[in-house]
Design a protein. Structure first.
Length: 162
């Protein structure tokens, strides 16, 4: 049995091949093999959300997923949101509302917020709090983060047709 496997997957819209150890996490594969460092290592136990990625449209902690489980799947990292208008609005709102202090949690928080607004475009403050509860931030106290996400949600609500 080989200790490494070749995997094929779509990463940020581009078909990729990678060779990963069978015990390697998706987080480590993204950072060490593929070279994308936007996804952060926080706790390694799925408790902090710093490593949040989207896999087949679902928000997941990449530290809890084996790299080989990415085979055949669609994976989106924070780098993959570079051309996403909603993510641009989120990033701008985070800056405007002072929701980026040390910035370590920001990629995972933006990934989770992007997923939240994709599935609940007009989320109110309570829905936002529930939607980001798996993502920890030690700097902001969450008020500014919730305000930033709510401002994008509200902007989307104002632009919605009745």
């Amino acid at each position: 049995m080989s200790l490494k496997h070749d995997i094929e997957f779509t990463l940020n819209g581009v078909r990729r091949r990678a060779t990963a150890r069978v015990d390697m996490s998706a987080l480590d594969m993204l950072r060490e093999v593929v070279g994308l460092t936007g996804t952060k290592y926080g706790c390694g136990e799925g408790e902090c959300g710093a490593c949040t990625i989207l896999v087949d449209g679902m928000s997941l902690n990449s530290c809890l997923m084996f790299a080989v489980d990415c085979h055949g799947r669609d994976v989106v990292t924070i780098e993959g949101l570079a051309a996403d208008a909603k993510a641009d609005a989120l990033r701008a709102a985070f800056v405007e509302h002072g929701a980026v202090q040390c910035g370590y949690c920001t990629p995972g928080m933006v990934m989770q917020a992007s997923h939240l607004l994709a599935t609940h475009p007009h989320a109110d403050a309570e829905a936002i709090k529930r939607g980001i509860e798996g993502n920890l931030c030690r700097c902001t106290g969450y008020t500014k983060i919730v305000e930033a996400i709510a401002s994008v949600s509200q902007a989307g609500k104002q632009g919605a047709t009745p």
